[in-house]
Design a protein around this ligand. Structure first.
Ligand SMILES: [Zn+2]
Ligand SMILES: [Zn+2]
Length: 258
């Protein structure tokens, strides 16, 4: 298993995952050129991707799709209502568009989308299973439902949102309507929410968690890491033993192999 988080945050998201015989990209919310460069830098030929899996239609997840698909001809999977909600600027040509059902099998990998709570048409997270390895990508969530808790349970590798620090957001520069949106059940997860969810979820010992989609205005990496660590430790979770915490980066590739 190889994971390369090419970018993560409100300025763009793209996550490459190689599992079994499948080479997959979750979202392409940075320029096609950056996706291509990022993949080549870790030795992946973009034309070899089996699929791009879209979580939702927000620009920071899809802006690179039109150029990337035209150049490399990779099929793109998204929920029907997500396709319907695409902005014209993110238009993907019909020949590359695929409707995402309840699950698919790619190169021996079982890919399962699951509903998340976010202010988009039909947003999803993804779980990937191959043999006894399970990876999950779940960002852009205002809250964690019981369903999501079941979907992330037992993951070996979890890319999970830790968007903001509530005090930084409340006292920060964002207009009131945006603060409300982010804090709502269909917004984004705070560091504290993330810590609590990780503490109570059904964990596989030694799991690796990548804190992702950190806000550049309302969070900082050290704070996300320390808040989540503190919540976990208070609940008796042993860091670097039960759970390994890592940070995704807004523009530098973060790589991991298992
Ligand atoms: Zn996002
Ligand atoms: Zn979003």
């Amino acid at each position: 298993m190889q994971l390369h988080i090419l970018a993560s945050g409100s300025t763009g998201n793209a996550i490459f995952l190689q599992l079994g015989g499948a080479k997959l990209l979750v979202d392409a919310g940075i320029s096609a050129r950056r996706v291509e460069k990022g993949l080549r830098a870790v030795g992946i030929d973009p034309a070899e991707l089996d699929a791009i899996l879209v979580t939702h239609e927000h620009s920071d997840h899809v802006s690179g799709l039109p150029v990337f698909t035209r150049k490399f001809g990779v099929p793109v999977f998204a929920r029907r209502r997500t396709w319907d909600a695409f902005q014209p600027a993110h238009h993907v040509e019909a020949e590359y568009r695929r409707e995402l059902g309840n699950g698919l099998e790619i190169g021996g990998v079982r890919v399962e989308p699951f509903a998340i709570s976010h202010d988009a048409a039909e947003p999803v997270g993804y779980s990937f299973r191959c043999g006894d390895i399970k990876c999950v990508v779940a960002t852009d969530m205002g809250c964690v439902s019981e369903r999501v808790e079941r979907d992330i349970a037992g993951a070996d590798v979890l890319v999970f949102e830790s968007n903001h620090d509530v005090a930084m957001l409340r006292n920060g520069p964002y207009p009131e309507y945006l603060k409300k949106r982010i804090l709502s059940n269909r917004g984004h997860l705070s560091n504290l929410d993330t810590g609590r969810c990780l503490a109570r979820m059904d964990k596989k010992s030694g799991m690796h968690v990548f804190l992702a989609h950190l806000s550049q205005h309302n969070n900082c990496p050290e704070l996300a890491l320390s808040t989540v660590s503190q919540v976990l430790e208070r609940q008796g979770v042993r860091l670097e033993q039960d759970v390994y915490l890592h940070l995704a980066h807004p523009c530098d590739t973060v790589s991991f192999a298992l």
